[in-house]
Design a protein around this ligand. Structure first.
Ligand SMILES: C[S@@+](CC[C@H](N)C(=O)[O-])C[C@H]1O[C@@H](n2cnc3c(N)ncnc32)[C@H](O)[C@@H]1O
Length: 219
């Protein structure tokens, strides 16, 4: 791994994070204890900035939010007339989403997936599945099957020195994005944003970037 002029590590070595996973139980516990520093109450600024890249002037889209948590962007898109499908393992997160936006909803089992539930807004335009994304399929192949030709996927990754923090969030190098999606998608890095804060300093890091890509499905 090499350092660029601005001191940021470049390369595909994810070092000590190689075998690290966050289990479903750990995610559920984060929600139960309110340890949800990853949730942005005001939405993600890069999402707002690059929404046009994703929508490309189209209306009435069906938008998929994998690992949706209680992302407020789902409400914005529904208010714009799109429909939203999300998948999230924490039922608490999904219930908080509907409660925080004062949205009535109904619940129903998903017969195809044992233990899974669908929580759907009364207006019908927001359907959130409570199950593991791995119950649906493996994540990347799922995303690829969901993408129509020329459809776009905004994905944000984080970049920091993985030898200094074990995650989560996990460092995802650009080479990983290329190897996962490169056979099917044109990959464009839209922006790298310095998101370094005290939280990251406490983790022992000296830089922390968010890196936003748009993946355009071509074949
Ligand atoms: C980085 S957070 C995203 C949070 C979201 N953007 C928000 O604002 O609340 C990742 C989310 O994925 C969920 N998650 C983790 N593993 C999952 C899995 N295998 N299937 C479904 N959801 C999962 C976690 O519970 C967590 O809410």
């Amino acid at each position: 791994m090499e350092r660029s002029a601005d001191g940021v590590l470049e390369g595909s070595d994810i070092g000590s994070q190689k075998d690290r996973v966050v289990t479903e139980e750990e995610w559920l516990q984060k929600w139960e204890t309110g340890n949800i520093g990853f949730h942005k109450e005001q939405g993600h600024p890069l999402f707002q900035k690059y929404l046009d890249v994703l929508l490309n002037g189209r209306s009435g889209l069906r938008l998929f939010f994998p690992l949706c948590g209680k992302a407020v962007e789902m409400k914005w898109l529904a208010d714009m007339g799109h429909s939203v499908v999300g998948v999230e393992v924490s039922e608490q997160a999904l219930k908080e989403f509907f409660a925080e936006h004062n949205l009535p909803y109904c619940e129903e089992p998903v017969p195809e997936i044992s233990g899974a539930k669908k929580l759907q807004s009364a207006s019908g335009n927001i359907s959130l599945y409570c199950c593991s994304i791995y119950d649906l399929s493996s994540y990347v192949s799922l995303m690829i099957t969901l993408m129509e030709k020329n459809s776009s996927y905004l994905v944000v990754t984080v970049s920091y020195d993985p030898n200094k923090h074990k995650g989560p969030p996990f460092y995802v190098p650009e080479s990983e994005i290329k190897s996962l999606f490169g056979n099917h998608c044109e990959i464009k890095c839209l922006q790298k944003v310095d998101d370094f804060s005290d939280r990251h300093r406490q983790w022992g890091l000296d830089y922390f970037l968010e890196v936003l890509y748009v993946l355009k499905f071509v074949a």
